[in-house]
Design a protein around this ligand. Structure first.
Ligand SMILES: [Zn+2]
Length: 273
């Protein structure tokens, strides 16, 4: 496998949360088979997403069509192994099971067992918890959510012609376009998540996710713009209580260090009140 070189990609260590999206194709003539064409991903700390497609690996053409995403899957298994939280739109319904299937097919074992955020699940839970899903005109798809919430980056998508061209393997430009679409979906997902994350149902604790940071950080948005507001007393202890002062957040939280034991300059891990 050493002959399959990938162009160098800067991969910082300690990435805990990653927004991601895959473009993938399944073969109708062979049910259950498919391939991941590319993956785009962005740490919420990065300004721009990055993308890797199977086209980035020298030698992928040596593989049979059903196997040519092997190098990409192997790359994901290696590079994403420390990630604690993946943020994706409908990730629990599409991206994760698709990746899991491909990983198992290639004998790479299950995908990272993380605690994921899903903008589709968050939107559905908070905007339309009814059993039947979205009513007419209500946003559920990423495209609709982007429009509804008025975010900066809107979802784009490939045309049917471009998808057909991708199948034939003869249009390298289309693969680059595919990666660009994928990156744009990541930008849109991050924009949407940054709004929806203040709603109930999110799982990530930014106070922990950003624990490399000095100080006290809002568990909801990761901002250090938090103020102390009294205390929170439980049956066993008393903690400092905080309010996030970021305009779009405002979340209340409490520390996890006992008020009698904490020094004024100590860091504290905040959790929901
Ligand atoms: Zn906050």
């Amino acid at each position: 496998m050493s002959s399959h070189k990938l162009r160098p990609i800067n991969w910082p260590s300690g990435i805990k949360a990653l927004v991601f999206d895959i473009e993938a194709m399944s073969f109708k003539f062979n049910p259950g088979m498919g391939e991941i064409l590319c993956v785009a991903f962005q740490s919420p700390k990065w300004k721009e997403p990055r993308a890797v497609s199977y086209d980035d690996f020298e030698g992928y053409r040596d593989y049979h069509i059903q196997d040519r995403d092997f190098l990409l899957c192997q790359w994901m298994a290696e590079h994403f192994q420390d990630v604690e939280t993946f943020i994706a739109h409908y990730g629990h319904g599409f991206d994760r099971p698709f990746i899991t299937a491909r990983m198992m097919y290639h004998g790479l074992g299950p995908f990272v067992q993380s605690i994921d955020e899903d903008t589709h699940r968050l939107a559905k839970r908070n905007f339309n918890p009814g059993k039947r899903g979205w009513g007419e005109g209500l946003p559920c798809s990423l495209r609709n959510l982007c429009e509804f919430l008025g975010v900066e980056h809107q979802k784009t998508g490939m045309s049917k012609l471009e998808w057909r061209q991708l199948m034939t393997n003869d249009y390298p430009d289309v693969m680059r376009d595919c990666a660009e679409y994928c990156k744009q979906d990541v930008r849109a997902t991050l924009d949407v998540f940054n709004i929806l994350k203040t709603l109930p149902g999110t799982r990530i604790n930014w106070s922990l996710a950003e624990s490399g940071k000095i100080g006290i950080v809002c568990p909801n948005c990761g901002s250090d713009n938090v103020q102390r507001r009294g205390t929170r007393t439980t049956t066993v202890s008393e903690y400092r209580r905080y309010k996030c002062m970021q305009p779009k957040c405002g979340k209340w939280s409490r520390g996890t260090k006992n008020v009698w034991a904490i020094n004024p300059k100590d860091d504290d891990i905040l959790v929901g009140v």
